[in-house]
Write a protein that binds this ligand. Structure first.
Ligand code: NAD
Length: 276
């Protein structure tokens, strides 16, 4: 069976989403860039189709925070490409959207109104869950699927609220969902760049030097490998794009850049557990 798949990349018009799409199209996958900014997704899809000499990239407008949009995106992509094999849950936003200098001067507790808190969680964790739920029946039917969740670095999880908490929730859920789906042919993994990455996610007001940031392209190789049959048995892992050496064979690069998702080292701190 050929390795080509149908993937939806949420936030596909953004810096990291585009970079992953540019790498994945090389492997012959058909891609849908789902983005709340449907016009931007259409421009990016057109550009990648032109560069790659293909018409395998589709744009879909939609808000991952709306379950109906998640279902509609999976339905539309299934209509056009026949099925959905891969969900890359990459749509997300950070403190810059609430306050342009928010990545530098973190949002305070006073700023975390129920609306602000809710926005972060509805996009960064509810969205991935509903995208996965919409695609799961088809994946189960075919006995093959990939869910790839973009979280963030450990220090950000513990520092930058509510973004960090929303991504920590996605990280924990990824580990749990990988276990739940074990044996179904559907894997769940996490991919992160490994530090601040030069995309519009970080506004200029954060005053971070873009030349010292990671390039969004570091996310391409691990995501491409996870979509291949070589990664059929890989689940519940997290891969750091910035540590992935594209010069190495994929399995070696994965061994260096990968570790279990979540915080398994905290297991040692558990005093008693009913199954023990
Ligand atoms: P970006 O702002 O360039 O792209 C994000 C894209 O998501 C945008 O195109 C935006 O329109 C889209 N989006 C936002 N809300 C949406 C919604 N509700 N529904 C659908 N689309 C939506 O940012 P990026 O750096 O490419 O971020 C991609 C992912 O990487 C995010 O999940 C982010 O949290 C994560 N991340 C980024 C960094 C970084 O430093 N840039 C570091 C670690 C993790």
């Amino acid at each position: 069976m050929a390795n080509e798949r149908v993937a939806i990349i949420t936030g596909g018009a953004g810096g990291i989403g585009q970079a992953m799409a540019r790498r994945m199209i090389v492997d012959g996958h058909r891609l849908a860039l789902m983005d709340i900014d449907g016009d931007a997704a259409a421009r990016v899809a057109e550009a990648i189709n032109k560069e790659a000499g293909t018409n395998g990239v589709l744009a879909v407008g939609g808000d991952v925070a709306k379950p109906a949009d998640c279902e509609a995106a999976v339905a539309k992509v299934s209509d056009v490409f026949g099925q959905v094999d891969v969900i890359v849950n990459n749509a997300g936003f950070g403190a810059s959207r609430i306050r342009p200098d928010g990545e530098k001067n973190l949002l305070t507790i006073e700023e975390l109104t129920p609306e602000v808190w809710g926005q972060f969680f509805s996009v960064n964790i509810d969205g991935p869950l509903q995208m996965m739920r919409a695609a799961l029946p088809g994946m189960r039917e075919r006995g093959w699927g990939r869910v790839i969740n973009v979280t963030t670095s450990f220090f950000t999880m513990l520092r930058n609220m509510p973004y960090g908490a929303s991504k920590a929730a996605l990280e924990a859920a990824s580990a749990a969902w990988a276990k739940e789906l074990d044996g179904t042919g559907i894997t769940v993994n996490v991919v992160v760049p490994g530090g601040p990455t030069d995309t519009p996610f970080i506004a200029p007001e954060a005053e971070m030097d873009p030349t010292k940031m990671l390039r969004p392209g570091v996310m391409g190789p691990p995501v491409a490998w996870l979509c291949s049959r070589d990664a059929d048995a890989v689940t519940g892992q997290r891969f750091i794009g910035g540590k992935w050496d594209p010069e190495l064979p994929d399995a070696e690069a994965a061994a260096i850049a990968g570790s279990p998702a979540g915080w398994p080292e905290l297991a040692a701190a558990t005093v008693i557990w009913p199954d023990d």
